[in-house]
Design a protein around this ligand. Structure first.
Ligand code: KG4
Ligand code: ZN
Length: 418
């Protein structure tokens, strides 16, 4: 089965081609067009701009993903005008295409830029050898989600393919099914464009999904069975990275910027030793999180420092290290508490924050030090942040929900996993 997967839930335009054979996944292509440069000056995602960029990029990203997966083929004249080359049949074909284009315009009536670009693409290229389209319907930013959904609807209509709706959070969990292959086979894989192989997951599992919009602990007894046992009461962990980075004058997205500054501290011996941030809710009896207090604590500390201190690299580095550590401490403590209480066999991580090197390292060593008999899984870094390959895996496991009635597929910005 070949799946075309699409994700436009936030500020990345993503398309991927995933091949599933004997329950093994192969990423044939995974294209992410980042809008970071556009949103950087706002210190966060600007939804109207993100929507416009998705419209501009989607057809291009689709083309690139098909090309890399070797599924892109131009139409030849004989395919456009099949049958006897009489003027009559040619006119028949032309009016058929006109009718189809009219319908396409209707589906994309709110996305003029997308319509123009997609029409050009669809008229030029053959229907690719794909079986199903998977698209993220939520949760996410509503105007952004609709771009992916309408794009999927348009493709489903033009190519007469079924569409399967995907939950973005479930997709982040499914990124764990795409584990990197060993170093030895990596060389071989580059040639054959196979970068990953399946991961065997033991249940029950607790999944920590940490992204820019979500921080959730999800108990999973088997694929498709989810229970949110804890979540943030205010800001998400990624949001906390982004907002505190902004206070410190570091670029968006905050997670990688804070992490980068935090690593620099090891090289230079810091003189600022009095920064101590709270670890909100770390000892609470539930599995919930709260990160807005941490952000406020950073702001207070920043404001109380003399200007020459707070603008010094030393202060920013020390603060970045403390922010990162405070977030890591809470995430690890709560996840391990949940893992123990529910006697799980695996801990799975997912979402952009799971790309954080320190978080990955400290999780691993904590589990080892505590001698917990728990498998710890975290996707490759490029599959932690938003991508469509994970949407493809989610599409595969939810393939029973696929429909040719594409109008039924709707964006649901507040969609929950349970
Ligand atoms: O999953 P994702 O790409 O998009 C959402 O679904 O939100 O997550 C984006 C979030 C941003 O807040 C970003 O700052 C954070 O993930 N992030 C990181 C790292 N890379 C991305 N946070 C900490 N360390 C990182 N290396
Ligand atoms: Zn995400």
């Amino acid at each position: 089965m070949i799946i075309l997967a699409i994700d436009t839930s936030c500020d990345d335009t993503c398309c991927s081609i995933l091949e599933v054979q004997d329950s093994q996944f192969k990423i044939r292509s995974n294209i992410v067009s980042s809008q970071v440069k556009i949103h950087q000056k706002y210190g966060g995602v600007y939804p109207t701009l993100a929507k416009r960029e998705h419209q501009r990029n989607l057809a291009l990203v689709l083309k690139e993903s098909l090309l890399r997966a070797r599924l892109l083929k131009s139409k030849v004249k004989s395919q456009v005008f099949r049958g006897p080359h009489s003027a009559g049949s040619r006119m028949g074909q032309e009016s058929k295409i006109q009718l189809k284009t009219q319908k396409l315009k209707e589906i994309l009536k709110r996305e003029e830029i997308l319509y123009k670009k997609l029409k050009r693409f669809l008229v030029k290229y053959q229907k690719p050898r794909i079986d199903i389209i998977a698209v993220t319907i939520g949760p996410g930013l509503e105007p952004c989600l609709w771009q992916g959904v309408n794009f999927a609807r348009a493709l489903a209509f033009w190519w007469n393919l079924p569409v399967v709706p995907v939950n973005h959070i479930e997709a982040h969990i499914f990124a764990n099914w795409l584990a990197p292959i060993s170093e030895k086979s990596k060389v071989k894989s580059q040639k054959s464009k196979i970068q990953i192989k399946n991961q065997k997951i033991e249940f029950p599992a607790v999944c920590l999904v940490v992204s820019g919009g979500h921080t959730q602990l999800i108990l999973t007894r088997r694929i498709g069975n989810y229970k949110i046992i804890g979540e943030t009461r205010d800001d998400a962990a990624g949001e906390c990275f982004d907002k505190t980075a902004r206070i410190l004058g570091l670029p968006y997205p905050g997670g990688p910027s804070v992490a980068k500054m935090a690593t620099k501290i090891k090289i230079q011996k810091s003189k600022i030793k009095d920064i101590k941030l709270p670890r909100p809710m770390i000892n609470s009896k539930n599995y919930d999180f709260s990160f807005s207090g941490l952000k406020t604590a950073v702001l207070y500390d920043f404001k109380k420092r003399p200007k020459e201190v707070r603008s010094s690299k030393e202060y920013v580095r020390e603060m970045a290290r403390e922010i990162q550590q405070a977030i890591i401490d809470v995430l690890i403590k709560k996840t391990i508490k949940a893992a123990r209480d529910y006697r799980v066999k695996s801990i799975l991580l997912g979402g952009g924050v799971a790309a954080n090197d320190e978080l990955r390292k400290q999780f691993q060593s904590k589990i080892k030090n505590l001698k917990l008999k728990i498998n710890f899984l975290v996707p490759p870094k490029n599959l932690c942040t938003d991508n469509a390959a994970m949407v493809g895996v989610a599409g595969y496991f939810n393939r029973k929900k696929a429909t040719k009635n594409y109008q039924k597929i709707k964006a649901l910005p507040d969609l929950r996993i349970t």
